[in-house]
Write a protein that binds this ligand. Structure first.
Ligand code: SF4
Length: 432
Protein backbone atom coordinates (compact mmCIF):
# COMPACT_ATOMS: atom_id res chain seq x y z
CA UNK A 1 0.00 0.00 0.00
CA UNK A 2 1.26 3.49 -0.81
CA UNK A 3 0.79 6.77 1.04
CA UNK A 4 1.26 10.29 -0.37
CA UNK A 5 1.07 13.35 1.85
CA UNK A 6 0.70 17.06 1.20
CA UNK A 7 1.21 19.70 3.87
CA UNK A 8 -0.12 23.24 3.90
CA UNK A 9 0.78 25.96 6.34
CA UNK A 10 3.42 26.14 9.01
CA UNK A 11 6.53 24.20 9.99
CA UNK A 12 4.53 22.65 12.80
CA UNK A 13 2.27 21.00 10.23
CA UNK A 14 5.35 19.77 8.34
CA UNK A 15 6.73 18.16 11.50
CA UNK A 16 3.40 16.51 12.22
CA UNK A 17 2.92 15.19 8.66
CA UNK A 18 6.42 13.75 8.63
CA UNK A 19 5.81 12.08 11.98
CA UNK A 20 2.51 10.59 10.76
CA UNK A 21 3.98 9.30 7.52
CA UNK A 22 6.79 7.60 9.44
CA UNK A 23 4.17 5.73 11.49
CA UNK A 24 2.68 4.40 8.24
CA UNK A 25 6.07 3.39 6.83
CA UNK A 26 6.85 1.57 10.10
CA UNK A 27 3.57 -0.29 9.58
CA UNK A 28 4.72 -1.42 6.11
CA UNK A 29 3.35 1.34 3.84
CA UNK A 30 5.48 2.80 1.03
CA UNK A 31 5.71 6.57 0.68
CA UNK A 32 5.29 8.15 -2.74
CA UNK A 33 5.05 11.72 -4.11
CA UNK A 34 1.72 13.50 -3.93
CA UNK A 35 1.60 13.81 -7.74
CA UNK A 36 1.79 10.01 -8.11
CA UNK A 37 -0.95 7.41 -7.91
CA UNK A 38 -1.29 6.32 -4.28
CA UNK A 39 -3.64 4.18 -2.18
CA UNK A 40 -3.91 6.83 0.52
CA UNK A 41 -3.62 10.61 0.23
CA UNK A 42 -3.17 12.64 3.40
CA UNK A 43 -3.72 16.40 3.25
CA UNK A 44 -2.63 18.18 6.43
CA UNK A 45 -4.50 21.47 6.16
CA UNK A 46 -4.16 25.07 7.26
CA UNK A 47 -6.78 27.68 8.09
CA UNK A 48 -4.62 30.76 8.58
CA UNK A 49 -5.95 32.64 5.52
CA UNK A 50 -8.66 32.21 2.89
CA UNK A 51 -5.87 31.52 0.38
CA UNK A 52 -4.57 28.66 2.54
CA UNK A 53 -8.08 27.17 2.63
CA UNK A 54 -8.39 27.45 -1.15
CA UNK A 55 -5.09 25.57 -1.53
CA UNK A 56 -6.50 22.85 0.76
CA UNK A 57 -9.57 22.42 -1.45
CA UNK A 58 -7.34 22.27 -4.56
CA UNK A 59 -5.09 19.64 -2.95
CA UNK A 60 -8.13 17.52 -2.09
CA UNK A 61 -9.37 17.72 -5.70
CA UNK A 62 -5.89 16.86 -7.00
CA UNK A 63 -5.77 13.76 -4.80
CA UNK A 64 -9.19 12.57 -5.97
CA UNK A 65 -8.18 13.17 -9.61
CA UNK A 66 -4.87 11.29 -9.17
CA UNK A 67 -6.68 8.16 -8.06
CA UNK A 68 -10.48 8.17 -7.68
CA UNK A 69 -10.25 4.83 -5.82
CA UNK A 70 -7.78 6.08 -3.22
CA UNK A 71 -8.58 6.81 0.41
CA UNK A 72 -8.46 10.58 0.89
CA UNK A 73 -7.83 11.78 4.45
CA UNK A 74 -8.13 15.49 5.25
CA UNK A 75 -6.62 16.39 8.61
CA UNK A 76 -5.48 19.42 10.62
CA UNK A 77 -6.64 22.99 11.16
CA UNK A 78 -9.03 23.47 8.21
CA UNK A 79 -10.45 20.00 8.88
CA UNK A 80 -11.00 21.05 12.48
CA UNK A 81 -12.81 24.28 11.63
CA UNK A 82 -14.70 23.31 8.44
CA UNK A 83 -15.39 19.56 8.69
CA UNK A 84 -18.93 19.87 7.34
CA UNK A 85 -17.79 21.76 4.26
CA UNK A 86 -15.03 19.22 3.58
CA UNK A 87 -17.46 16.33 4.02
CA UNK A 88 -19.40 17.68 1.03
CA UNK A 89 -16.37 17.40 -1.30
CA UNK A 90 -16.66 14.24 -3.43
CA UNK A 91 -14.01 11.63 -2.72
CA UNK A 92 -13.13 12.60 0.86
CA UNK A 93 -13.15 9.53 3.11
CA UNK A 94 -11.63 10.62 6.42
CA UNK A 95 -11.74 13.99 8.18
CA UNK A 96 -9.76 14.42 11.38
CA UNK A 97 -9.20 17.66 13.26
CA UNK A 98 -6.08 18.35 15.29
CA UNK A 99 -7.52 16.45 18.23
CA UNK A 100 -7.58 13.10 16.38
CA UNK A 101 -5.14 13.34 13.50
CA UNK A 102 -2.41 11.56 15.46
CA UNK A 103 -4.64 8.44 15.33
CA UNK A 104 -4.82 8.51 11.53
CA UNK A 105 -3.36 5.01 11.12
CA UNK A 106 -6.13 3.61 13.28
CA UNK A 107 -8.82 5.51 11.33
CA UNK A 108 -7.39 4.35 7.99
CA UNK A 109 -7.30 0.70 9.08
CA UNK A 110 -10.86 1.02 10.32
CA UNK A 111 -11.94 2.63 7.06
CA UNK A 112 -10.35 -0.18 5.00
CA UNK A 113 -12.39 -2.73 6.97
CA UNK A 114 -15.67 -0.85 6.55
CA UNK A 115 -15.29 0.95 3.21
CA UNK A 116 -17.88 -1.22 1.44
CA UNK A 117 -20.60 -0.10 3.83
CA UNK A 118 -22.70 2.98 3.04
CA UNK A 119 -21.77 6.18 4.95
CA UNK A 120 -18.28 4.91 5.66
CA UNK A 121 -16.91 8.49 6.02
CA UNK A 122 -14.71 8.65 9.11
CA UNK A 123 -15.39 11.92 10.82
CA UNK A 124 -13.98 12.67 14.27
CA UNK A 125 -15.94 14.78 16.74
CA UNK A 126 -14.46 18.29 16.44
CA UNK A 127 -13.36 19.51 19.83
CA UNK A 128 -10.39 21.43 21.15
CA UNK A 129 -11.14 20.51 24.79
CA UNK A 130 -8.27 18.65 26.48
CA UNK A 131 -6.56 17.83 23.20
CA UNK A 132 -3.36 16.43 24.75
CA UNK A 133 0.11 17.06 23.38
CA UNK A 134 2.09 15.01 20.86
CA UNK A 135 5.80 15.66 20.39
CA UNK A 136 6.65 15.31 16.70
CA UNK A 137 9.62 15.86 14.44
CA UNK A 138 10.21 15.68 10.72
CA UNK A 139 12.28 12.91 9.18
CA UNK A 140 12.50 14.16 5.60
CA UNK A 141 15.92 15.78 5.44
CA UNK A 142 18.81 14.22 7.30
CA UNK A 143 20.51 17.57 7.89
CA UNK A 144 17.65 19.61 9.38
CA UNK A 145 14.68 18.54 11.51
CA UNK A 146 11.56 20.50 12.40
CA UNK A 147 10.81 19.70 16.02
CA UNK A 148 7.36 20.45 17.43
CA UNK A 149 7.84 21.40 21.08
CA UNK A 150 4.57 23.23 21.77
CA UNK A 151 1.00 23.37 20.45
CA UNK A 152 -2.00 25.66 20.81
CA UNK A 153 -2.37 29.29 21.79
CA UNK A 154 -4.24 31.29 24.44
CA UNK A 155 -3.69 34.72 22.90
CA UNK A 156 -6.75 35.07 20.62
CA UNK A 157 -5.34 37.81 18.39
CA UNK A 158 -8.41 39.25 16.74
CA UNK A 159 -7.56 38.09 13.19
CA UNK A 160 -6.50 34.56 14.06
CA UNK A 161 -8.52 31.33 13.92
CA UNK A 162 -5.64 29.15 15.14
CA UNK A 163 -6.75 28.99 18.83
CA UNK A 164 -10.10 27.61 17.61
CA UNK A 165 -8.30 25.00 15.51
CA UNK A 166 -5.51 23.98 17.88
CA UNK A 167 -6.83 24.65 21.37
CA UNK A 168 -5.00 26.00 24.43
CA UNK A 169 -1.21 26.25 24.78
CA UNK A 170 0.43 23.04 25.97
CA UNK A 171 3.67 21.13 25.71
CA UNK A 172 5.55 18.15 27.09
CA UNK A 173 7.96 18.61 29.99
CA UNK A 174 11.55 19.72 29.49
CA UNK A 175 12.73 16.18 30.31
CA UNK A 176 10.38 14.58 27.73
CA UNK A 177 11.36 17.13 25.09
CA UNK A 178 15.06 16.58 25.72
CA UNK A 179 14.56 12.81 25.41
CA UNK A 180 12.98 13.36 21.96
CA UNK A 181 15.89 15.66 21.02
CA UNK A 182 18.28 12.81 21.87
CA UNK A 183 16.34 10.60 19.40
CA UNK A 184 16.80 13.30 16.76
CA UNK A 185 20.52 13.46 17.53
CA UNK A 186 20.74 9.67 17.16
CA UNK A 187 19.16 9.97 13.68
CA UNK A 188 22.15 12.06 12.61
CA UNK A 189 20.44 15.42 12.00
CA UNK A 190 22.77 18.29 12.85
CA UNK A 191 20.26 21.14 12.91
CA UNK A 192 16.94 21.34 14.75
CA UNK A 193 14.29 24.01 14.19
CA UNK A 194 12.07 24.44 17.26
CA UNK A 195 8.46 24.94 16.17
CA UNK A 196 5.16 25.55 17.87
CA UNK A 197 2.05 27.68 17.54
CA UNK A 198 3.16 30.06 20.29
CA UNK A 199 6.55 28.56 21.11
CA UNK A 200 7.45 31.06 23.82
CA UNK A 201 4.59 29.78 25.99
CA UNK A 202 6.34 26.39 26.26
CA UNK A 203 5.97 24.89 29.72
CA UNK A 204 3.22 27.11 31.08
CA UNK A 205 1.13 24.01 31.78
CA UNK A 206 4.03 22.41 33.72
CA UNK A 207 5.50 25.33 35.66
CA UNK A 208 8.49 25.43 33.29
CA UNK A 209 9.66 28.08 30.84
CA UNK A 210 10.95 28.34 27.31
CA UNK A 211 14.30 29.44 28.73
CA UNK A 212 14.44 26.24 30.84
CA UNK A 213 13.86 24.30 27.63
CA UNK A 214 16.54 25.92 25.50
CA UNK A 215 19.12 25.69 28.30
CA UNK A 216 18.46 21.93 28.54
CA UNK A 217 18.42 21.39 24.76
CA UNK A 218 21.75 23.15 24.43
CA UNK A 219 23.37 20.26 26.33
CA UNK A 220 22.14 17.52 23.95
CA UNK A 221 25.20 15.99 22.31
CA UNK A 222 25.11 15.53 18.55
CA UNK A 223 22.83 18.48 17.76
CA UNK A 224 25.09 21.24 16.54
CA UNK A 225 22.55 23.92 15.75
CA UNK A 226 19.14 25.08 16.93
CA UNK A 227 16.95 27.72 15.34
CA UNK A 228 13.88 29.14 17.09
CA UNK A 229 11.34 29.23 14.29
CA UNK A 230 9.07 31.89 15.80
CA UNK A 231 8.64 33.60 19.13
CA UNK A 232 6.23 36.36 20.15
CA UNK A 233 8.01 39.69 20.89
CA UNK A 234 6.61 39.93 24.43
CA UNK A 235 7.96 36.44 25.22
CA UNK A 236 11.49 36.98 23.96
CA UNK A 237 13.05 38.03 27.25
CA UNK A 238 16.45 39.60 27.85
CA UNK A 239 17.53 36.41 29.62
CA UNK A 240 16.62 34.39 26.53
CA UNK A 241 18.46 36.79 24.21
CA UNK A 242 21.55 36.70 26.45
CA UNK A 243 21.42 32.91 26.59
CA UNK A 244 21.19 32.58 22.80
CA UNK A 245 24.11 34.99 22.38
CA UNK A 246 26.36 32.85 24.60
CA UNK A 247 24.98 29.37 24.00
CA UNK A 248 26.79 26.46 22.39
CA UNK A 249 24.26 25.67 19.67
CA UNK A 250 21.48 28.31 19.45
CA UNK A 251 22.02 30.38 16.32
CA UNK A 252 21.86 34.16 15.80
CA UNK A 253 18.62 33.84 13.85
CA UNK A 254 15.26 35.04 15.15
CA UNK A 255 11.77 34.99 13.72
CA UNK A 256 9.71 37.54 15.61
CA UNK A 257 6.15 38.21 14.39
CA UNK A 258 5.45 41.93 14.08
CA UNK A 259 2.09 41.68 12.25
CA UNK A 260 1.47 45.45 12.14
CA UNK A 261 3.75 48.46 12.08
CA UNK A 262 1.21 50.83 13.63
CA UNK A 263 0.09 51.09 17.24
CA UNK A 264 -3.49 51.71 16.15
CA UNK A 265 -3.60 48.45 14.18
CA UNK A 266 -1.64 46.49 16.81
CA UNK A 267 -4.30 47.49 19.36
CA UNK A 268 -7.09 46.39 17.02
CA UNK A 269 -5.28 43.08 16.58
CA UNK A 270 -4.97 42.68 20.39
CA UNK A 271 -1.23 42.14 20.07
CA UNK A 272 0.70 42.38 23.34
CA UNK A 273 3.35 45.00 22.47
CA UNK A 274 3.62 48.29 20.64
CA UNK A 275 5.94 49.56 17.91
CA UNK A 276 8.34 51.19 20.41
CA UNK A 277 8.73 47.91 22.33
CA UNK A 278 9.36 45.96 19.13
CA UNK A 279 11.96 48.42 17.84
CA UNK A 280 13.74 48.37 21.20
CA UNK A 281 13.70 44.55 21.25
CA UNK A 282 15.43 44.38 17.88
CA UNK A 283 18.05 46.89 19.03
CA UNK A 284 18.76 44.78 22.13
CA UNK A 285 19.29 41.71 19.93
CA UNK A 286 21.53 43.57 17.50
CA UNK A 287 23.61 45.02 20.35
CA UNK A 288 24.50 41.52 21.53
CA UNK A 289 24.50 39.84 18.09
CA UNK A 290 25.23 42.44 15.38
CA UNK A 291 25.10 39.85 12.58
CA UNK A 292 21.86 38.21 13.72
CA UNK A 293 19.28 37.50 11.05
CA UNK A 294 15.87 38.77 12.14
CA UNK A 295 12.78 37.70 10.19
CA UNK A 296 9.33 39.11 10.88
CA UNK A 297 5.79 38.15 9.93
CA UNK A 298 3.73 41.12 8.83
CA UNK A 299 0.05 41.18 7.95
CA UNK A 300 -1.13 43.82 5.49
CA UNK A 301 -4.66 45.02 4.84
CA UNK A 302 -5.98 44.51 8.37
CA UNK A 303 -8.89 46.68 9.50
CA UNK A 304 -7.80 50.30 9.95
CA UNK A 305 -4.76 50.05 7.63
CA UNK A 306 -5.76 52.95 5.38
CA UNK A 307 -3.33 54.12 2.69
CA UNK A 308 -2.00 56.87 5.02
CA UNK A 309 -1.55 54.36 7.81
CA UNK A 310 0.25 52.01 5.40
CA UNK A 311 2.75 54.76 4.49
CA UNK A 312 3.58 55.12 8.20
CA UNK A 313 3.89 51.33 8.48
CA UNK A 314 6.39 51.08 5.61
CA UNK A 315 8.47 53.95 7.09
CA UNK A 316 8.53 52.13 10.43
CA UNK A 317 9.46 48.74 8.91
CA UNK A 318 12.10 50.44 6.77
CA UNK A 319 13.69 51.83 9.94
CA UNK A 320 13.99 48.42 11.66
CA UNK A 321 17.01 46.08 11.41
CA UNK A 322 14.83 43.35 9.92
CA UNK A 323 16.53 40.98 7.47
CA UNK A 324 13.39 39.87 5.60
CA UNK A 325 9.62 39.63 6.00
CA UNK A 326 6.97 36.97 5.67
CA UNK A 327 4.11 38.98 4.20
CA UNK A 328 0.51 37.84 4.76
CA UNK A 329 -2.60 39.51 3.41
CA UNK A 330 -5.44 39.80 5.90
CA UNK A 331 -8.56 37.78 5.15
CA UNK A 332 -11.59 37.52 7.40
CA UNK A 333 -11.66 34.26 9.37
CA UNK A 334 -14.90 32.83 10.73
CA UNK A 335 -15.55 33.35 14.48
CA UNK A 336 -12.75 35.89 14.92
CA UNK A 337 -13.22 39.25 16.64
CA UNK A 338 -11.81 41.10 13.60
CA UNK A 339 -15.17 40.63 11.93
CA UNK A 340 -16.56 43.27 14.32
CA UNK A 341 -13.60 45.67 14.65
CA UNK A 342 -12.42 48.79 12.85
CA UNK A 343 -12.65 49.92 9.28
CA UNK A 344 -12.46 47.22 6.58
CA UNK A 345 -9.91 47.73 3.82
CA UNK A 346 -10.98 46.98 0.22
CA UNK A 347 -9.41 43.82 -1.16
CA UNK A 348 -7.60 45.60 -4.05
CA UNK A 349 -5.89 47.92 -1.48
CA UNK A 350 -4.85 44.87 0.55
CA UNK A 351 -3.26 43.37 -2.57
CA UNK A 352 -1.41 46.60 -3.34
CA UNK A 353 -0.13 46.82 0.26
CA UNK A 354 1.03 43.22 -0.02
CA UNK A 355 2.92 43.88 -3.27
CA UNK A 356 4.70 46.91 -1.80
CA UNK A 357 5.55 45.15 1.45
CA UNK A 358 7.02 42.21 -0.48
CA UNK A 359 9.19 44.66 -2.44
CA UNK A 360 10.37 46.16 0.84
CA UNK A 361 11.20 42.67 2.10
CA UNK A 362 13.25 41.92 -1.03
CA UNK A 363 15.20 45.17 -0.57
CA UNK A 364 15.84 44.41 3.11
CA UNK A 365 17.05 40.92 2.34
CA UNK A 366 19.45 42.12 -0.35
CA UNK A 367 20.76 44.78 2.06
CA UNK A 368 21.27 42.22 4.83
CA UNK A 369 23.13 39.90 2.47
CA UNK A 370 25.33 42.73 1.17
CA UNK A 371 26.16 43.80 4.74
CA UNK A 372 27.53 40.31 5.36
CA UNK A 373 29.93 40.40 2.40
CA UNK A 374 33.49 39.57 3.38
CA UNK A 375 32.55 37.61 6.49
CA UNK A 376 33.48 34.00 7.07
CA UNK A 377 30.64 32.01 8.61
CA UNK A 378 29.91 28.34 9.36
CA UNK A 379 27.68 26.61 6.79
CA UNK A 380 25.71 23.40 7.20
CA UNK A 381 25.58 21.72 3.78
CA UNK A 382 22.25 20.17 2.82
CA UNK A 383 21.53 16.99 0.91
CA UNK A 384 19.54 18.51 -2.00
CA UNK A 385 21.71 19.11 -5.05
CA UNK A 386 20.14 21.38 -7.69
CA UNK A 387 21.56 22.09 -11.14
CA UNK A 388 24.99 20.84 -10.13
CA UNK A 389 25.12 23.00 -7.00
CA UNK A 390 25.11 22.03 -3.34
CA UNK A 391 23.37 24.48 -0.99
CA UNK A 392 23.63 25.34 2.66
CA UNK A 393 22.88 28.04 5.21
CA UNK A 394 25.20 30.01 7.45
CA UNK A 395 24.48 30.26 11.16
CA UNK A 396 22.73 33.59 10.48
CA UNK A 397 20.61 32.09 7.72
CA UNK A 398 22.40 33.27 4.62
CA UNK A 399 21.97 30.91 1.69
CA UNK A 400 25.17 29.82 -0.01
CA UNK A 401 26.12 27.40 -2.77
CA UNK A 402 29.10 25.84 -4.46
CA UNK A 403 29.59 23.32 -7.27
CA UNK A 404 28.50 19.89 -6.11
CA UNK A 405 30.98 17.91 -8.23
CA UNK A 406 33.73 17.85 -5.62
CA UNK A 407 31.56 18.46 -2.58
CA UNK A 408 29.16 15.56 -1.93
CA UNK A 409 31.31 14.59 1.08
CA UNK A 410 30.24 17.92 2.62
CA UNK A 411 26.58 16.89 3.05
CA UNK A 412 25.57 17.21 6.71
CA UNK A 413 28.89 18.75 7.70
CA UNK A 414 29.60 22.27 8.89
CA UNK A 415 32.47 24.11 7.23
CA UNK A 416 33.62 27.74 7.15
CA UNK A 417 32.53 29.75 4.09
CA UNK A 418 33.78 33.17 3.00
CA UNK A 419 30.89 35.34 1.73
CA UNK A 420 32.38 37.02 -1.32
CA UNK A 421 30.20 36.72 -4.44
CA UNK A 422 26.54 37.66 -3.96
CA UNK A 423 24.23 36.57 -6.81
CA UNK A 424 21.35 38.97 -6.16
CA UNK A 425 18.82 37.44 -8.57
CA UNK A 426 19.13 34.04 -6.85
CA UNK A 427 19.54 35.51 -3.33
CA UNK A 428 22.61 33.40 -2.67
CA UNK A 429 26.35 33.72 -2.07
CA UNK A 430 28.34 31.54 -4.43
CA UNK A 431 31.76 29.97 -4.18
CA UNK A 432 32.82 29.18 -7.76
S1 SF4 B 1 -0.18 34.48 19.02
FE1 SF4 B 1 -1.93 35.36 17.95
S2 SF4 B 1 -1.44 35.03 15.77
FE2 SF4 B 1 -0.14 33.63 16.92
S3 SF4 B 1 -1.34 31.71 16.97
FE3 SF4 B 1 -1.78 32.86 18.86
S4 SF4 B 1 -3.66 33.97 18.38
FE4 SF4 B 1 -2.77 33.32 16.41
Amino acid sequence: MTIAAHTLGCKLNFAETSDLVSRFTLAGWQQTDFGNKADLYVINTCTVTAVAEKKCRNAIRQAVANNPDAIVAVIGCFAQNAADEIARIDGVDIILGNDRKHDLLHYVNDFIQHRDKPNSLQHSPQTTDNPGFHLAYSHADRTRTFFKVQDGCDYFCTYCAIPFARGRSRSATVAETVAAAREIAASGAKEVVLTGVNTGTFGQNNGETFLDLIKALDTVEGIERYRISSIEPNLLTDDTIRFVASSRAFLPHFHIPLQAGSDKVLRLMHRRYDTAFYADLLQRIKTLMPDACIAADIMVGFNGETDDEFERVTDYVESLPISYLHVFTFSERPNTAALRLGERIPVHHRREHSRRMQELSDRKKALFYRQQTGQQRPVLWESDIKKGMIYGFTDNYIRVRRPAADASHLVNTITPFRLTTFIEQDEVFEDC
